[in-house]
Design a protein around this ligand. Structure first.
Ligand code: BTN
Length: 239
């Protein structure tokens, strides 16, 4: 995967001009946040073949060996609660277009296949801008919690996938949230809410226009959930 191979799929898309492809980096999000502080423009994309300190949500590590796609984009537009679910829908579309695989979405922004994680997304604010980081497992054997495009029988050219992800991120719109909800496996299920180490049980009723999960707790109280870990209750393992 090189800048040239990605551009061969991306054509003359404006974000191609500032695309950076690195053999290795600590974290594409960390690297891009530094560029953002030095004035990098909207649509700057950083891609790496591997990350030595890949970061996930809730302060977790994100294992990033060679064979995955690790991509971050800088968005200089007014902060929007909906960015994270819109990005999940963008990546879902890009994966479907380039590999044929039809992943589902685990609220708020993991893509899963057969109950295992295929992709994680980390959105971070940087001043007025946002950095959206995406990690997709392209190759590798599945294990307890993770799978890959290859393991699901849909291997694909990572340069093509990168180009599709870039294009979809540049076209994101709140109208996509209807499709997000159609593919979200969390909505309509009994779920476990884990926030600050406290576990509660609820039913996930819907997602509102801000991307918040609307739940009914065991005592009948309704709540809007913006963060934390939400897992489908009773299902074994990750989802
Ligand atoms: C999660 O699953 O908790 C989110 C994982 C996000 C991983 C991506 S890989 C590219 C970008 N750089 C990082 O350090 N993290 C994100």
């Amino acid at each position: 995967m090189t800048k040239e191979t990605i551009l061969s799929y991306l054509g003359d898309h404006p974000w191609g001009e500032t695309l950076i492809v690195l053999p290795r980096v600590s974290s594409t999000n960390t690297y891009l946040k530094e560029l953002a502080k030095n004035g990098a423009p909207h649509g700057t994309v950083v891609i790496a073949e591997l990350q030595t300190e890949g970061r996930g949500r809730l302060g977790r590590r994100f294992e990033s060996p060679r064979g995955g796609l690790y991509l971050s984009v800088l968005l200089r537009q007014s902060p929007d609660f909906r960015l994270t679910p819109m990005a999940a829908e963008a990546v879902r579309r890009a994966i479907a277009a380039s590999s044929g695989l039809r992943p589902q979405i685990k609220w708020i922004n993991d893509l899963v296949c057969g109950g295992k994680k295929l992709c994680g997304i980390l959105t971070e604010l940087c001043g007025d801008a946002a950095v959206v980081g995406i990690g997709i497992n392209c190759e590798g054997t599945p294990h307890e919690v993770a799978t890959s495009l290859e393991a699901e029988g849909c291997p694909c050219d990572r340069s093509r996938l990168a180009a599709e992800v870039i294009r979809a991120l540049s076209e994101m719109t709140p109208h996509w949230l209807t499709d997000y909800k159609r593919h979200c496996l969390t909505i309509g299920q009994d779920v476990q809410l884990i926030q600050n180490d406290a576990v509660r049980y609820a039913h996930a009723d819907d997602m509102d226009e801000d991307g918040a999960l609307l739940v009914t707790l065991a005592d009948g109280t309704k709540e809007r959930i913006f963060s934390g870990e939400v897992s489908v209750r009773g299902s074994y393992g990750y989802i």
